[in-house]
Design a protein around this ligand. Structure first.
Ligand SMILES: [Fe+2]
Length: 214
């Protein structure tokens, strides 16, 4: 028995794209209700690696993800610290510090993106929720109120130094594991950004009078 050839019932595309009009307005002029599942399934738990065919041993990828996530959590907190200080700073150096803190926050935000995407490239799960970052970080929580300026600067330097210590350790481990991509990110982007920012922040703590006395 001969089979019938399938019949194409789809209308030929036109320039006016009627199917798009239907999607936007919905049938009978009612917006379509698109709902996500109530309890979406977790398809990859945190700390579980998925396949990443990049020629790097699973153990090396796992260690890099762990180290990067620690740095990512701390960087998320440092970013928030910079924004807090950007908003709360006051005094004779208000304007320059207000701008500097925001510039550093933006640079830290870029690092957050690079580090998180490196974790994903390695097959891991990047720390994304700030509450998760708060659980993992070792940076002490500041008071909810405003601190004096020198306290803000000290707090930022302490946070930088803590992260730099973690970054140096991760540079050593990724070198030993031959994870060149992570090693390059940590040295070329993360470490150098932190060292430069530390220079800018610490230079405000040098004991130089604003007006020289006779
Ligand atoms: Fe601002």
């Amino acid at each position: 028995m001969a089979t019938k050839a399938p019949v194409n019932t789809r209308p030929a595309p036109t320039n006016s794209s009627p199917s798009r009009a239907v999607t936007a307005a919905g049938h009978n002029g009612v917006s379509p209700e698109i709902r996500a599942p109530k309890n979406p399934r977790e398809v990859q738990p945190f700390n579980h690696l998925r396949m990443a065919p990049i020629g790097l041993a699973r153990e090396a990828r796992a260690e890099s993800c762990r180290l990067l996530n620690e740095i990512l959590a701390d960087t998320t907190i440092l970013y928030a610290l910079y924004k807090k200080h950007h908003w709360l700073v006051a005094g004779p150096t208000f304007y320059q510090l207000h701008l500097l803190f925001d510039k550093h926050a933006e640079e830290q935000a870029e690092l957050i993106d690079h580090i998180a995407e490196r974790v994903q490239s390695l097959g891991g799960i990047a720390v994304g929720d700030p509450r998760h970052a708060a659980e993992l970080t070792s940076i002490p929580r500041p008071p909810d109120g405003a601190e004096e300026v020198t306290g803000m600067l000290d707090r930022l330097l302490d946070a930088h130094e803590l992260i730099i210590g973690r970054v140096r350790e991760a540079i050593t481990r990724t070198e030993e594991n031959e994870d060149r991509g992570t090693n390059d990110l940590l040295m070329g982007d993360v470490l150098r950004t932190h060292e430069l920012q530390v220079w800018f922040i610490s230079s405000h703590l040098v004991d130089v009078p604003i007006v020289a006395a006779d």
